[in-house]
Design a binder for this molecule. Structure first.
Ligand code: URA
Length: 330
């Protein structure tokens, strides 16, 4: 007999060794390998519980290194005695530590090992652990590619002369395995000051529109065609767009979203070669196996009030697409 369902939270801790992750596994008395994990206490959040368990079981304080976006949910069974099984729902987070991180195990475990992905796959036995490890490994490899891309992209101003955009790079934001990706035009002054995309007035409208379409902003990836502020909010030139081109396409390739939402004329022209957004916004298009949705840019509705009902209608249509593609669950 199986009784459900207790909620646990865990942390897969890793460090990078020559661009490859090695994972922390703890040895249980029973002989098998485990990640740091345990029961979520009353009133505790999942991430909070995962951090507490990691500290108790490995001595590692991971509050500053837990990945803001990654989570993997699974279910596993334990033997509850007297022939009974108990099912536990487990949410796993990831956290990267430095090479010098010092592990101090508790008396719940008899030892620990840092293991490569391949070695860990050979050593662990249960299906849920394999699933979690695969999911985390795949995410960490995307993360490594994205941080390489961001480092390269942020140094663009020093390799192009003259450079007429801000020199501040505004990275894309969101889970690297997001199913839905939003592509805007270029950061504004507030984004430039805070180095985050879509946080000004257009950004606040975008967040509300995303919510109205049935998604949560934090489950989507948000970026722009050009990731440097064009002074006075001017439209980026063809030359500037072309200098940034490969970086946008590489981001799409890393995230591999099921749906790319192009916000406004610059994104629609850059990605799909569309000359005028006014007759096609609110519609879907497929190209090279990727699904695109076209929308007005939120700034157009912030600046010109008569565009507000149009963009709301775009996002109502987007909401229908999202539910027909089953994309509402992160
Ligand atoms: N508008 C954009 O197109 N991108 C941003 O990041 C912010 C505003």
């Amino acid at each position: 007999m199986v009784t459900t369902l207790q909620h646990d939270a865990g942390m897969l801790v890793y460090k990078m060794n020559k661009s490859v992750p090695v994972f922390l596994f703890l040895k249980r008395r029973e002989g098998w390998l485990d990640i740091t994990k345990g029961h979520i206490k009353n009133g505790e959040g999942k991430a909070e519980a995962a951090l507490r368990e990691a500290l108790e079981e490995s001595g590692l304080n991971l509050a500053g290194s837990i990945d803001r976006y990654f989570r993997c949910s699974t279910v596993y069974e334990i033997d509850a005695g007297k022939g009974k099984k108990e099912e536990k729902e487990l949410t796993v987070f990831i956290a990267e530590v430095g090479s010098a991180a010092k592990v101090i195990i508790s008396n719940e475990h008899t030892g620990y090992a840092w293991m490569s992905y391949r070695d860990a796959l050979d050593a662990i036995k249960s299906g849920w652990q394999i699933g979690v490890l695969q999911c985390a490994y795949e995410y960490i490899m995307r993360k490594a590619r994205m941080s390489e891309l961001n480092a390269e992209y942020s140094s663009l101003p020093s390799s192009i002369s003259p450079w007429n955009l801000s020199r501040v790079f505004v990275p894309g934001e969101g889970p690297l395995n997001a199913k839905v990706m939003f592509v805007g035009q270029a950061p504004g002054a507030q984004e430039d000051a805070e180095r985050r995309p879509f946080i000004g007035r257009s950004g606040q409208l975008l967040s509300a529109l995303i919510r109205s379409s049935g998604l949560k902003r934090e489950d989507t990836y948000i970026t722009s065609v050009v990731q440097f502020f064009p002074p006075k909010n001017r439209i980026p030139t063809d030359k500037e767009i072309s200098a940034c081109r490969s970086f946008l396409h590489r981001q799409i390739d890393i995230i591999k979203p099921r749906l790319v939402v192009l916000l406004g004329a610059v994104a629609a022209k850059e990605v799909l070669g569309i000359k005028s957004i006014s007759s096609v916004h609110g519609t879907m298009l497929e190209k090279d196996g990727v699904s695109y949705f076209l929308s007005l840019h939120p700034a157009a509705a912030v600046r010109i009030k008569s565009n507000m009902p149009k963009i709301e209608e775009d996002f109502r249509n987007l909401g229908k697409q999202i539910s027909s593609m089953g994309l509402q669950d992160a």
